[in-house]
Design a protein around this ligand. Structure first.
Ligand SMILES: O=C1C[C@@](O)(C(=O)O)C[C@@H](O)[C@@H]1O
Length: 258
């Protein structure tokens, strides 16, 4: 028996987001090309479902040629796994503070390059609308995202954000929030379950830090289509857990649900 409604799905390179167990995404966070390719090789030999390149951490992020070359090399290295391109800005937990035009350019270049399968666009960014339009013009689906590293908004505010992302043209809506008490984790999970009842696109939500760990494992119960895990490094956000343990937990929790 399914715990909740069968929600909307998005298929990327044969990976169906929103169906079955949450898909596991491993972020590539190295600053250097050689380190990125080495990590991509480890990923290629693992059961990871999807790969995220956190391009904000790349030392060549402002250089179009270098970004293009690394995207092409990553594409080749990870084989048929979907590649998510994420230029996270400083105000949402990243390591880059580009001008709105630079943000739009890096998204547009990546989408035009043909090596990425999904792009993360922070829906509150001043260039968000232009980025979403450009991505769609290149047939690249958009994960609209929002990150609160300080706190967990109230349940209606989280639901409003998810709705605003859908209205903005998101193909997946992603929210990451910081809990300070167990109730905050419950709030994120309840908002996810509530939004999932009527969502028009798959949702991807998480409560960060050690307290929020359970939210990274329970997507199939509450309606989150994917989760981020680590493979041999410290990951890209607080609370991410090792890939093999995440996969085992997802199987355990999902047993009998699918
Ligand atoms: O948006 C997210 C989610 C995340 O912040 C997390 O908490 O796992 C990790 C980021 O790399 C990713 O872009």
């Amino acid at each position: 028996m399914s715990a909740s409604r069968q929600g909307p799905t998005l298929t990327v390179r044969g990976v169906v987001l929103g169906q079955g167990r949450p898909k596991v995404i491993v972020p590539l966070t190295d600053a250097h090309e050689a380190g990125l390719i080495a990590a991509a090789r480890r990923i290629a030999a693992s059961p990871v479902d999807m790969v995220e390149w956190r391009v904000d951490r790349f030392d060549g992020r402002g250089n179009r040629e270098r970004v293009r070359r690394v995207a092409a090399r990553l594409r080749e290295t990870i084989g048929d796994r979907p590649l998510l391109f994420t230029p996270r800005t400083q105000d949402e937990g990243g390591e880059w503070a580009p001008s709105p035009d630079a943000y739009r350019d890096v998204v547009a270049d990546a989408c035009a390059g043909g090596d990425i399968d999904l792009v993360d666009v922070q829906y509150l960014h001043p260039a968000a609308r232009r980025c979403i339009e450009t991505a769609h013009a290149h047939h690249v689906p958009v994960i609209a995202s929002s990150h609160d590293f300080q706190a967990t908004p109230a349940l209606p505010a989280i639901m409003d954000q998810l709705e605003a992302m859908q209205s903005a043209g998101a193909d997946v809506c992603k929210i990451a929030v910081m809990p300070h008490k167990p109730e905050d984790v419950a709030t994120l999970l309840a908002a996810t379950a509530r939004a999932h009842e009527t969502a028009r696109v798959p949702l991807l939500t998480m409560s960060m830090g050690a307290l929020g760990g359970i939210s990274r494992l329970a997507g199939q119960v509450f309606g989150s289509c994917a989760t981020f895990a680590t493979l041999g490094d410290e990951g890209s956000a607080p609370g991410q857990m090792p890939l093999d343990e995440v996969l085992a937990s997802l199987d355990l929790i999902g047993r009998g649900l699918a």
